[in-house]
Design a protein around this ligand. Structure first.
Ligand SMILES: Nc1ncnc2c1ncn2[C@@H]1O[C@H](COP(=O)(O)OP(=O)(O)O)[C@@H](O)[C@H]1O
Ligand SMILES: [Mg+2]
Length: 221
């Protein structure tokens, strides 16, 4: 399934495996939310149902307001509910079954082809024990695989978290966004660390964010 992010599909032989779970990690401000929403709008323009589930970090109205600045944003798509925005903040608790129920209910209701959970870190924090989270994540991934969709799980972490991360092992694909300070300028990067069943370009690639959204420059490191 084409990601809809210019430059990225070229790096991953045309798109994401389908169905699959794609982990998109990075520190705050690296472009994770923009990437996810740009991909949802890309799909929705082509008739695919999209579902954006947010937990805690940014209420849906904040996300929609910030989105309006981008060329890929379409009010019509939101009004027609080709992308549905769901805030599950109210369902966050230590009870993993309650969280799972609300996720499943929304996926079954809308039958999306593209799902975003932004950020999954919020669920991890709510389920304080690592074992509970690990089991939750496993169950969620098994479930999502049977739903015929690509899911982008947004997670707030950096390179140093990857080797220890349960999420990274379990996902089909892993994309890390980052920024580096080079000659007093902050440059943004995208790196594909893993893409199951797909040859992909390795190493950090230049990432540009503008009013058009994200664009990867695969030829530039
Ligand atoms: N119109 C724009 N032009 C250039 N950069 C932008 C624009 N809008 C947002 N950004 C950049 O995008 C980043 C926000 O990305 P976001 O997707 O919210 O990050 P994350 O979800 O990783 O925290 C900010 O760092 C900001 O610098
Ligand atoms: Mg974000």
């Amino acid at each position: 399934m084409e990601s809809g992010i210019p430059g990225l599909d070229k790096m991953i032989q045309g798109g994401f495996p389908f169905p699959s779970i794609v982990l998109v990690g990075g520190e705050p401000g690296t472009g994770k939310t923009t990437l996810a929403l740009q991909s949802l709008f890309y799909g929705a323009e082509r008739g695919e149902q999209g579902l954006y589930i947010t937990a805690i970090s940014e209420p849906t109205w904040v996300v929609q307001k910030f989105l309006g600045e981008f060329a890929f944003y379409s009010q019509k798509i939101v009004e027609m509910e080709k992308i549905v925005f769901v805030d599950i903040d109210g369902s966050m608790s230590e009870d993993s079954e309650k969280i799972m129920d609300v996720l499943k209910k929304n996926i079954e209701k809308y039958e999306p082809k593209r799902v975003v959970i932004d950020p999954i870190t919020a669920i991890k924090n709510a389920l304080s024990g690592t074992i509970t989270y690990r089991k939750f994540l496993h169950d969620l991934m098994v479930y999502l695989k049977t739903q015929g969709c690509v899911t982008l799980l947004i997670t707030e972490y950096s390179y140093s978290d990857v080797p220890r991360s349960v999420d990274a092992y379990m996902a089909d694909a892993l994309i890390i966004l980052s920024y580096l300070e080079i000659e007093n300028a902050r440059k943004k990067y995208l790196e594909v660390l893993k893409m199951r069943g797909t040859k992909h370009l390795t190493g950090r690639r230049s990432l540009v964010i503008s009013d058009e959204g994200l664009r990867v420059q695969p030829e530039l490191r």
